[in-house]
Unconditional design. Structure first.
Length: 186
C-alpha cells in the first residue's frame, strides 16, 4: 500500500484491506514500511522510502488512517533495499523506531530483510538489530535470498523468498566480530 510515504494512503487500498480483514478475521494484518507511489506513478515494487521528517509525518498519518479504515493498526515490516534511500535524515533503524513508537503499531521484524540491508550497505547486522525497537516486535518473518554479482557493480544480497536464509539470521554465526561487514566477509 505504500504507507511509508509523505503522500496520503489510498482509501481504495485501505477499504479493500478492511473488507478482507472483516471476511477472514485474522489475528493481525501487516504492511511493509515501503514506498510504492508518488506523483500519480506506481513503481510496482516495494522500495525503501527516504527517511526525512516529511516521510515520518506522512507515515504516521497513513498508519492512523489505516487504523480508522481497517479497524486495527497493521504490523509494520522492515523492507529490503538494494540502495540506501537518498535524502534520509535517519538510519533505517531510527525510522522504524520513530514509526513504531509514534504510531503504536506492532513491528513485524523481517530478519532476512535486516540482514540483506546490512550486507548491502556494509553494516553490522547485530548493531542494526539492537537498534530497532525490540520491545515492539510482535511477529517475525524469515525468508531467504541470494547474492547477485554483475560485472562492474557491487554484489548485492537480494531478498527473493526462494533461497534458504543464511545461518546468521538463526544464530549469529558468520558475524564478522561485531564490526561492519567487509567485502571479505561477504
Amino acid at each position: 500500500m505504500g504507507l511509508a510515504s509523505s503522500g496520503a494512503a489510498l482509501d481504495r487500498d485501505l477499504l479493500r484491506m478492511a473488507k478482507l480483514v472483516a471476511r477472514i478475521e485474522p489475528d493481525h494484518w501487516s504492511e511493509h514500511l515501503a514506498f510504492v507511489r508518488a506523483g500519480g506513478f506506481e513503481i510496482g515494487h516495494l522500495a525503501a522510502a527516504p527517511y526525512p521528517p516529511a516521510t515520518l509525518e506522512g507515515t504516521l498519518r497513513n498508519l492512523l488512517r489505516a487504523r480508522a479504515v481497517v479497524g486495527s493498526l497493521p504490523h509494520v515490516e522492515n523492507v529490503a533495499a538494494l540502495l540506501p534511500p537518498p535524502g534520509s535524515h535517519w538510519s533505517e533503524e531510527e525510522f522504524i523506531c520513530r514509526c513504531v513508537r509514534g504510531s503504536g503499531a506492532p513491528l513485524l521484524l523481517d530478519l532476512h530483510n535486516l540482514y540483506a540491508n546490512a550486507w548491502n550497505f556494509e553494516r553490522d547486522p547485530f548493531a542494526m538489530l539492537l537498534a530497532v525497537p525490540l520491545e515492539g516486535v510482535h511477529s517475525v518473518h524469515l525468508s531467504g535470498g541470494r547474492v547477485v554479482r554483475d560485472p562492474g557493480t557491487p554484489a548485492r544480497l537480494i531478498d527473493d523468498h526462494i533461497h534458504d536464509p543464511p545461518g546468521v539470521v538463526y544464530d549469529g554465526r558468520g558475524s564478522p566480530g561485531g564490526r561492519r561487514m567487509s567485502a571479505a566477509a561477504r
